[in-house]
Design a protein around this ligand. Structure first.
Ligand code: 5GP
Ligand code: MN
Length: 345
């Protein structure tokens, strides 16, 4: 049996909203990752199973290694189909906001969600939720939103409607947000849930393979290049930095998702406790990923210097300007920040 994490009041409020609604739209964050797509599709399959009309809308495209997921073809990509997106969100009478907790994380969908008259339910696991939903199910102590979806369905007493497609989506999200159960994954409940998902018919090894053993040759070569040629070690700060410019990405025919996981790799080096990956997406449009070990607050680094946020050990941010200026800022603020948290790294 699982311990109860979600409050009974939240379960009852959400259940009431689901019972009386006709059209449900599920929204998740920009550049959706495995947990964002996994938790969205898990809810989608559950709602379809109980006979509701449901749709998933994402702000922009998601990585190719998630395209195999059941129901993925039905996901509406906001910046590809702007008028359909507006129409769908406007027609919803219940909105689920999953795997994000601040409206700026859905970018151009923000105004549509704010203007919508639909009731709103948040299910998320990032710290410090904004107050824009009628029901806020926020649990930063849980390692993935997908795990929360499992708990949510069970607690509503509807486990029998959690079908194989829903189970596959939940497993994908749980797996990707824990680096295939290598961090934030020491809770016994995770393995209880996985056993229940296997009972629902998932093949966990096959899902692992579809997500992780699915690289193009170019992607694997780009990874080699990034580590061999572009990784800088700041030994005294136990920190590593990898940068990739647009030109370098083009050389390896970079596609969305190709650099996923690059920020994690330097943490495999002994005595490295903080890793940064900086990618030049476009002129003046720089994305940053931060990963850390133990209690070193990657999310605080991201929110203080790079207009971002995330979890303690996995966070992201942005920089509007030149790649070299982003790198210069990183190198400038690093020593002070490390000093401040020296006992944690
Ligand atoms: P990634 O490095 O994989 O893009 O993101 C790692 C984590 O940080 C994810 O949990 C993601 O939700 C969060 N994150 C990434 N970018 C941002 C950002 O710009 N703002 C906030 N608040 N969180 C972010
Ligand atoms: Mn997540």
């Amino acid at each position: 049996m699982l311990n109860k994490i979600i409050s009974e009041a939240n379960i009852q409020k959400a259940k009431k909203l689901i019972n009386k609604c006709d059209k449900i739209v599920i929204v998740t964050h920009v550049s959706p990752d495995g947990d964002a797509v996994g938790s969205s599709l898990a809810l989608y399959h559950f709602f379809i199973e109980i006979g509701k009309w449901a749709n998933v809308v994402v702000p922009n495209d998601y990585p190719g290694f998630l395209k195999w997921m059941p129901g993925a073809k039905n996901i509406i990509i906001g910046n590809w189909k702007e008028s359909l997106t507006a129409e769908i969100i406007d027609s919803a009478d219940l909105l689920f906001c999953v795997d994000f907790n601040t409206l700026n994380r859905i970018e151009q969908l923000e105004s549509l969600v704010v203007q919508s008259k639909a009731k709103k339910v948040m299910i998320d696991h990032h710290p410090c939720p904004e107050n824009f939903c009628d029901v806020t199910i926020s649990h930063p102590e849980i390692s993935s939103t997908s795990e929360l979806i499992f708990r949510f369905i069970c607690r509503m007493g509807m486990f029998e409607y959690l079908n194989k497609r829903c189970a596959e989506s939940i497993f994908t999200g749980m797996m990707t947000d824990t680096g295939a159960f290598t961090y934030n994954s020491n809770s016994p409940a995770i393995y209880y849930i996985i056993s229940e998902l296997i009972n629902k018919g998932i093949n966990k090894d096959a899902i692992y393979s579809k997500v992780y053993n699915n690289n193009t040759e170019n992607r694997t070569r780009l990874q080699g290049y990034a580590i061999n040629e572009k990784m800088k070690i700041f030994k005294e700060y136990k920190t590593s930095l990898i940068t990739l410019s647009q030109e370098e990405l083009k050389r390896y025919q970079w596609k969305k998702g190709d650099t996923e996981g690059f920020a994690n790799i330097p943490l495999t080096i002994e005595n490295i406790g903080f890793s940064a990956f900086i990618r030049e997406d476009d002129n003046d449009d720089i994305r940053l990923s931060f990963r850390s070990k133990n209690k070193f607050p990657a999310n605080e680094f991201a929110s203080t210097f790079f207009n971002g946020g995330g979890h303690l050990n996995a966070a992201g941010g942005e920089f509007k300007g030149k790649l070299e200026d982003a790198v210069a800022l990183f190198e400038e603020v690093l020593p002070k920040f490390i000093q401040q948290y020296s006992e944690l790294i």
